[in-house]
Structure formats: structure tokens, C-alpha cells
Write a protein that binds this ligand. Sequence first.
Ligand SMILES: Nc1nc2c(ncn2[C@@H]2O[C@H](COP(=O)(O)OP(=O)(O)OP(=O)(O)O)[C@@H](O)[C@H]2O)c(=O)[nH]1
Ligand SMILES: [Mg+2]
Length: 357
Amino acid sequence: MNVALAGLPLAGKTCLFTALSQGAVDSAANPARPEHPNAAMVALPDARLDWLAEHYGSKKRTHVQVEFLDLPGLAPGRPDLAAQNTAIMEHLRRADALVCVLRAFDSPRVPGKADPRADRAALHAEFLLSDLDTTLRRIEKLEKQVTKPSADRDAARKELEFLARCRQALEAEQPLHGLAHTDAERAILRGFASLTEKPMLTVLNVGEDHAGRPAEAAAAYPDLGPAVALCASLEAEIAQLPPADRAPFMAELGLDRLHAPDVALGVHQALDRITFFTENEKEAAARSLPRGGTAVQAAAEVHTDMASGFVRAEVVNFQDLQKAGSVKQARADGHVRMEGRDYVVRDGDVILFHFTR
Ligand SMILES: Nc1nc2c(ncn2[C@@H]2O[C@H](COP(=O)(O)OP(=O)(O)OP(=O)(O)O)[C@@H](O)[C@H]2O)c(=O)[nH]1
Ligand SMILES: [Mg+2]
């Protein structure tokens, strides 16, 4: 899973990247460049994993990891930066999901007044235009193709019909997200790496005076829909402190918890993925699976051998396990089930795979 931070210049993307990655990359020494973004793996926090690891005394804890990319800001309407914008858009296209970072703070370090509504509209317009451009070019190519007899003429005709719907949506300023209904249509959108089809999470970067109460600052923009609000600059500073030194600083700011992890969690959710767990004394692991994924697909996430030699899955949901207090008790309560390869995994399932080598 890789997620790109998109935003206008100075929206606070690098601060958010530092907050998420806890300073894993020295962005001051190596600023993200259009042709070379900075990347960092970010662990999804999960209290269930902590409970499992403690309960079983597992030596190792493995979190679900999401890769975040920090990129320079997009500058729509700047012909002099067209090459840079194109390079940035290429990275956005390759990402599985986008985080739109919007500036909702005023600072002497950043010129102009904050206007997250206008900034979001400008970003979305860039994405729509870029998708429209790709769609029109593809339509032009296919229209030539269907005039000549060929084996894939029918497929091309079908694609053209779908692309006409895409064009209509984009011209009406509607994103392509949710427009594909069949696997073939989804494959078409994936093929041209549509930007407006991608899961997207909005982040409102609020001022340092609102660090402790970001939601209050976000309440001024209810029309922006669900968004994660945080003060990226201060959360970046806190994330780079040794954990033991964070509490006094946070208390001073009135910050009861960090909000940057919500960005990673929000993206995982926006990608429509669930978390399941595997567990033994050596390792407690949280693993990610697309919603609707089956037991054998879950096994493949752990190891290809487990999928190829899959026999069955012993499943207990975390809630039942926690309530029971132990697998033994959960079993006695009838909460441990044997499931076959087509079982649809639920969020929070703790799974023991039985397989042959
Ligand atoms: N007051 C305030 N300032 C912030 C916040 N986030 C970032 N800043 C400041 O805004 C400036 C830009 O922040 P960056 O994180 O570098 O922004 P960016 O989006 O990465 O900028 P580019 O990469 O140049 O597009 C810096 O001076 C930050 O200290 C915030 O939440 N509140
Ligand atoms: Mg930056």
C-alpha cells in the first residue's frame, strides 16, 4: 500500500510526513524532489495487536505498514512549473491512495490567508483535468482502432462506451470514484491510473494555537466532509522527541493524543481494507486484507506456502477472544470455528492457518 501526500506548496505536507514517520527521513537535508519523493513506512497503531502480543508474550509485534510519499506541492496555473507538476502527478497516479493536505492555518512563514475550500477545489480541478485529458486521448486512440477489423474490436467498443460515461462525469466535475461497476471497467480505470478514482483522505492542517483542539478549527469547514484535523508542525516536533519526553510537551499544548496516526488509519479505511491477526509466542502480527477477502487470500498475505497448502483456518474474532480471556475459554464458549478456504475474513479475526507443505 502506498499513499502520496498531495497539496499546494507550503500546505504542511512535509510536516505531516515527519509526524507520520517520526522523523525517519531528514527532510531538511533531503527535501522531496519532483523526480525523487521521500518515502517512509508507517506502522498502523492497533490496540488489539498490543493486547494479543502482551497476552501471548510474543517476542515480536508486526504492525500493518503503509508507505507514505512526500512530494513537493502542486502549483496549478503555473506554466513555468508545468514539468514539475507533470512529474508530481505521475507519482500521484502510481499511488494506491491520496491524502490531500489543506492549509487551515495562518502563519507569517506562509504568504496569504488560509483558504482550504479554495485549495481543495484547485487540487480537485487539477485531478479532474488530468483524468479528462487521459480519457480523451484514450478515446481518440480507440476510435481509430474500431474502424479497422481486429480481434479485440468488441472489447474496444465496450471500453469506448465506458469511457464516454467517464468523460461525461469528468466534464460535469464528478470524480470517477465509484463509476466502475464491473471488473472489466475497474481494470480500465486501473489501466490509466485515474486520479479521481483513487481513495482520498482530506487532512486539515490547523494552526499551532489549535494544536490541542484541532476538531474545533475543523468545525469551521463542515462542507469539506470527513477530514482528519491536526497541527502538523507541532505533531512533527513531538513525534521526533523520545517517547518519554513527549507527555510534558503535549500537556502544555492541551494535546491528549497525537492525531497523525489517524491519517494512516483513515487511509487504510478509505482503501476499504480490514485487519486480521496471526499469533504465536514468536510473533503477533496484524495483517491487511481487502474487504471481502477470503481465508485462502489471507493465508497468501502471510506466506505463499500457507495459501498453496491451505487446509483450513481456525478463526476466533478478537472481541470474543478478549471477552473470553484465552483461546481455551473462547473454544469452550464455542467462539473458535473451523473455516474453509472461501470463508470471508472479518475485521479483527485472529486466524491460525492449518496447511501442508
Ligand atoms: N502554524 C502552522 N504552521 C505550519 C503547520 N504545518 C506547517 N507549517 C509551516 O508551514 C511551512 C511549510 O510547511 P511544510 O511542511 O514544509 O509544507 P509543504 O507542504 O511540505 O511545502 P512544500 O513541500 O514546499 O510544498 C513551514 O514553515 C511549517 O513550519 C501548522 O500546522 N501550523
Ligand atoms: Mg514539503
